[in-house]
Ligand binder design. Structure first.
Ligand code: BTN
Length: 251
């Protein structure tokens, strides 16, 4: 189902909460043609076509996850838009941390707690817009067996505040604040990302195109790339799949 965007108070971007959609990213994309505003958001109790990065499905039992998309209309050049991928992760990370959770960024923008994924982010673009799709595991306590060791949720981390709407509003607020800083204050945002990088100084296996590589993550570079020590040389990795740590932090 897709719903037309209806204009609201210009100072407070609306949040539309739907019961079931294919993907909230698609609903947000449809709004672009109907006069969307920067920051407007759509959430759904259930997605039957929720998707993750690289075409993977994003599955979450109805009502147990926070699935939402925020439309951003950046005022800075498109060449800098890739920063928003990291900025979105940082917004979720900081909000989880304010609630006392020891969250970390698993580059580029998964959020991990104790090396388990609690949130995934899918960034898409359309014309002058960026669609930030965020999936946060909220009250899921029974993950499918293949995810049991690699996924967690707010409930499993002991959080008692499991109302999804306040989480959405807080994360979106932070996302809008950080987006406003992404052009001119990016070094400060990078510093925060680096402090909370789950992969730094760890031995990691990852896939770049068809090549599987093992090496040590040196950190996040100035453009947000992964600095990776592999076969006695440093690589700058812009995009990788199946990133898996093989060790704890190396001394
Ligand atoms: C990933 O980890 O691969 C990204 C997952 C992103 C899931 C969210 S849920 C809300 C939005 N709608 C989608 O279809 N995907 C994103």
């Amino acid at each position: 189902m897709s719903t037309a965007f209806e204009p609201h108070d210009p100072t407070t971007p609306p949040v539309i909460w739907l019961d079931e959609v294919g993907s909230t990213n698609d609903v947000a994309r449809d709004w672009i043609a109907t006069g969307a505003q920067h920051g407007c958001s759509v959430a759904a109790n259930k997605q039957h076509g929720g998707r993750g990065r690289r075409g993977t499905p994003w599955l979450c039992p109805p009502h147990q996850g926070l699935a939402f998309s925020v439309l951003l209309r950046p005022t800075f050049p498109k060449a800098l838009w890739p920063r928003l991928s990291l900025v979105a992760g940082l917004a979720v990370l900081e909000e989880l941390q304010t609630q006392g959770l020891a969250a970390q960024i698993k580059w580029p923008n998964d959020i991990w707690i104790r090396d388990k994924k609690i949130c995934g982010i899918l960034i898409e673009t359309c014309q002058d817009w960026v669609i930030v799709g965020i999936g946060l595991n909220v009250s899921v306590t029974d993950f499918p067996v293949e995810l049991r060791d690699s996924a967690t949720s707010l409930a499993l981390e002991g959080v008692t505040m499991l109302d999804r709407a306040p989480w959405l509003l807080a994360i979106r607020q932070r996302l809008l604040e950080l987006t406003a800083l992404a052009e001119n204050e990016f070094p400060a945002l990078l510093a925060s990302l680096r402090r909370h990088c789950a992969l730094s100084h760890r031995r990691v296996r990852l896939r770049v195109n068809d090549a599987v590589m093992e090496g040590v993550v040196l950190g996040i570079g100035n453009a947000g790339e992964l600095r990776f020590w592999h076969n006695d040389r440093e690589l700058s990795i812009l995009q990788a799949d199946e990133v898996r740590p093989l060790s704890a932090v190396l001394s």
